[in-house]
Design a protein around this ligand. Sequence first.
Ligand SMILES: Cc1ncc(COP(=O)(O)O)c(C=O)c1O
Length: 399
Amino acid sequence: MDKNNTQEIIQKEKDFVLPTYTRLPFVLTSGKGSYVYDNEGNQYLDFGAGIAVSALGHCDDEVVNAIQQQAHTLSHVCNLYHSEPHAHLAEKLCQHSFADKVFFSNSGAEAVEAALKFARKYAHTKYGEGKTRLVAFSNGFHGRTFGALSVTDREKYQAPFRPLVPDVEIIPLNDIEAARTAIDDNTCAVIVEAVQGEGGIFPASEEFLLTLRASCTRHGALLIMDEIQTGFGRTGKLWAHQHTSVQPDIMTLAKALGGGLPMGATLMTDAVAACIEVGDHGSTFGGGPVAAAAALVVLERTQRQDMLDHVLEMSAYLTSEITALQLPQVVAIRSHGLMIGIELDCKAKPFYETAHHYGILLLTAGPNVIRLLPPLTITKVEIDQFIQAFVRMISGVKP
Ligand SMILES: Cc1ncc(COP(=O)(O)O)c(C=O)c1O
């Protein structure tokens, strides 16, 4: 296709799509593995993976087959009926985690929304009125629906939409004393990312997570781990909290889960599930057979030890290659598997905006951090290609 066509599509989006995002000026039409292609035939090495969605790369053969087969057989079953992919996926997620029960939805924010509702219901059922406080952390991100936004520490995102869900307290991440003080008998749940993604790739320390676990247990509050960005092998373990000995009561999943199809999941222990009754929550599409069929492939592939070893090997290689560049703008590199933050002494957004001219796609996290989330299947050859383009971009060599 030609440039005119690109401009027509961009104009049409400007005319008809609500501008809640600024989009980069090209039109993506296909993808395979670690690469995506625009409608003018340009190739981009995708180090954003659709914001941690395409863990197995784009159009993975097994995922595509699973989707095609299920779409031919039965593409939608609402939750008034039983369906096999839904049942299998719930079983496998429980087998591969601390959880006993799963609720399926269609996005990360919905998975968080469900987690917050289940926590409120648990507290209400077990302890009665008044135990409603939610504790969340500075710089954390959990989504943009009302509940998820209420526990997301972003003044700019929250301000126009107040009043939000009440009784939320935001405290500094990794501040053990603040956590001990904030979590009390009025706390219903604490929600935390093992590694903050949108916030700039900041990990919660093991000591801090142990404190949260102990305080929650002491005060009858639930610990919710938001693994929407960190889950499915992204950090080198299937779930990022498995780098520690901490077990949550609830875990939220989305992004990589559906293999590119929209899907969210809220996993919980039997103790939480015992407080939830028919009608307490729902979703027309949640756990639909096509997304579940794709998710079964994603879970099977990302839980394998060889995949997790590959993530750690590629993480070490990519991190050492970036470090070796000794770029003057780089203040710090934070690597957690294939979730890598490169903190700069300047704004990161201009690099995000120009990377495509160098044939690469990357993300930011906060004002000064370049965020890399390549597919977990990335290879050394692709990393070498990325590094060559990255150094030219960051050094201002003309594309
Ligand atoms: C940790 C975390 N939680 C929740 C969300 C919200 O997910 P979604 O955009 O699918 O609603 C995100 C998205 O970036 C996330 O990174």
